[in-house]
Design a protein around this ligand. Structure first.
Ligand SMILES: [Zn+2]
Length: 184
């Protein structure tokens, strides 16, 4: 019997075409999905990051995980087919980054509260309200499922400021994709 290595997954970066594709809903939460979620959590903590969406590991399925410490408590969530059903509270700005856009960050404005619906790993419907940092991270991750990155949420002036850095990252990503193609 082979011992399975502790899997972490490769994170694709800005310029990879799959990062801007919408992801498909999950029909069944089976063993394969649960293993994917486990590997996504491992990958997120190792990176380290506070959230990860399946398309970032090049799986175009509507799954995301979040995990971080807040007020001395560890918050962790895995959501299948998450949907934002409502917003509340004021918009606020926060300096966001993304594991798929390494080295780049910018202030993004988002509503401070959201209503979320989805499915748990036990395949039960879940519904909750999130505020503050949790709402911020969930909005960022759920955006990924629609092929939207935080840089797409910036105004034209902010986006322009990052244009050169993004172009360089895009070129690096495309070079990596080509190398992978040659190997395959
Ligand atoms: Zn991200």
């Amino acid at each position: 019997m082979l011992l399975r290595p502790k899997n972490t997954l490769d994170i694709i970066t800005f310029g990879h075409p799959d990062l801007v594709q919408p992801s498909a809903p999950v029909d069944r939460v089976d063993q394969e999905i649960r293993e994917l979620v486990r590997d996504m959590l491992r990958t997120m903590y190792k990176a380290p990051g506070v959230g990860l969406a399946a398309p970032q590991v090049d799986v175009l399925k509507r799954i995301c995980v979040v995990g971080f410490d807040e007020d001395g408590r560890h918050e962790e969530l895995a959501l299948i087919n998450p949907r934002i059903t409502g917003y509340f509270g004021q918009e606020s700005g926060y300096d966001e980054g993304c594991l798929s856009v390494p080295g780049i960050h910018s202030v993004v404005f988002r509503p401070s509260g959201i209503m979320v619906e989805g499915i748990s790993l036990q395949e039960e419907p879940i519904r909750f309200q999130a505020e503050g940092f949790m709402a911020r991270v969930l909005q960022h991750e759920i955006d990924h499922l629609d092929g939207i990155l935080f840089v797409d949420r910036l105004g034209p002036a902010e986006r322009e400021k990052l244009a050169q850095q993004l172009a360089r990252l895009e070129a690096r990503t495309q070079k990596k994709c080509k190398t992978a193609e040659r190997r395959a």
